[in-house]
Write a protein that binds this ligand. Structure first.
Ligand code: SOE
Length: 394
């Protein structure tokens, strides 16, 4: 197979997102006819022992202990950034400058200023045929892609409400240890950017409208947490004693905001890691003048649809989004067998590789992700300003 038919990937980071992306790079060519064949050429990380173990487990052909080597190598065509947000800008700018395509995990950056720099570089690189995408993978969940199709087809009529919640509970235990996600210098924000960003992107993409202004509340419920290294040898989190060293949480634990979309609908958004019992409940409901849609990622193969043109007692219909005519579904299993969290990442690779091969700007672009960053910034500004209304800069 000649190099022209392959897309040789270098990935930075190999934790949760690195594992999900690796699965997607391996799986996409086995279930979809791709115009370029991805190759898992190299993975970069700082800890040689852990890196070698991850490369063997996740299927990478080589390793580098400095991500800059991936940029220098002429056997790598695309850089996949799966690291915390404080590293996204430096890596993406270097990769684009070196003529390498970029897939960057969300949120794009830890600040609007950095997101703007990345967007400017991406737009200049696209003029040279070097493309980039931001990894808002929930767009590629078949049920949410079907929701977008329904809105595009006018089945909901004029949109009135968007109701988005992203509920997790992994921080409900006050002794759950510090992680990079709780350190603003690494993550940029807490629930807001980590999971709220998914809701913002999905809501804007499905409705085809952008958030123009917000009023927000944020809260940090547990201001200090045990430093993870001090829990080694202790049982669960509950063993952290009063004398266990603790670190300061510098991000939001929960964010709530109301929003206005530029086409008129009103929005309500909630992101939290304290919704005990909710594990990954990314929920979205859209109400229009002719119907409603509702989705909950904890039942990710189902899209609920209320069609106001039917008899009122028809109620919400539960569509099992596995029919061959549904987005992405024809390439997987017979109807009714269902897909999982990892399939959104595989579909993300399919769409990215296809866009690159056809010379088309992949979506969401860095410019799309910059707009999400603007919403995040407006939410934080409003929360710091007694929840006063803040318009979203565009
Ligand atoms: C947070 O726990 C998290 O891992 C996010 O960082 C991911 O983007 C989301 O897909 C699942 O939850």
């Amino acid at each position: 197979m000649t190099a022209a038919q392959t897309l040789r990937v270098g990935m930075v980071g190999y934790a949760f997102m690195g594992a999900a992306h690796s699965h997607a790079w391996r799986t996409a060519p086995r279930f979809f006819d791709l115009p370029l064949q991805p190759e898992l050429t190299a993975v970069a990380g700082r800890n040689p022992e852990a890196l070698n173990g991850a490369a063997a487990k996740l299927g990478w052909a080589s390793t580098e202990t400095d991500w800059r080597r991936l940029i220098e190598r002429d056997d790598i065509d695309l850089i996949d950034i799966c690291t915390p947000g404080d590293t996204h800008t430096e890596i993406a700018l270097a990769a684009l400058e070196a003529g390498k395509h970029v897939l960057c995990e969300k949120p794009l950056a830890n600040s609007v200023a950095d997101a703007e720099r990345m967007t400017d570089a991406a737009q200049a690189a696209a003029d040279r045929g070097v493309f980039s995408m931001c990894g808002f993978s929930y767009r590629r969940t078949p049920a949410l892609a079907l929701a977008r199709r329904f809105v595009d087809e006018g089945r909901l009529g004029t949109l009135r409400h968007v109701r988005a919640q992203y509920l997790q509970d992994w921080l409900s235990d006050e002794n759950a240890p510090m992680t990079w996600r709780l350190d603003k210098s690494k993550s940029g924000s807490g629930s807001l950017g980590d999971i709220g960003a998914h809701s913002i992107d999905a809501a804007q993409w499905i409705t085809g409208q952008r958030i123009s202004g917000v009023s927000a509340l944020t809260e940090t419920f547990v201001p200090e947490r045990p430093l993870a290294g001090n829990l080694v040898g202790l049982g669960g989190h509950g063993d952290a004693g009063a004398d266990t060293p603790r670190g300061t949480v510098t991000v939001d634990d929960a964010a709530l905001f109301t929003a206005r979309f530029d086409g008129g609908p009103l929005g309500s958004f909630e992101a939290t890691r304290y919704a005990l019992g909710r594990k990954n409940a990314m929920r979205l409901e859209v109400n229009g003048s002719r119907g409603s849609l509702a989705f909950d990622f904890e039942e990710m193969n189902v899209l609920s649809y209320y069609d106001a043109t039917e008899s009122p007692d028809a109620g919400f219909r539960r569509i099992f989004v596995t029919e061959p005519e549904h987005p992405y579904a024809a390439n997987w299993w017979p109807t009714g067998h269902g897909l999982g969290y990892e399939h959104g990442f595989t579909h993300q690779v399919v769409d990215l590789v296809t866009a690159i091969a056809t010379g088309r700007q992949p979506e969401p672009s860095f410019a799309d992700a910059l707009q999400v960053q603007q919403v995040l910034a407006a939410v934080e500004a409003s929360a710091a300003d007694s929840s006063r209304w803040h318009n979203v800069k565009n």
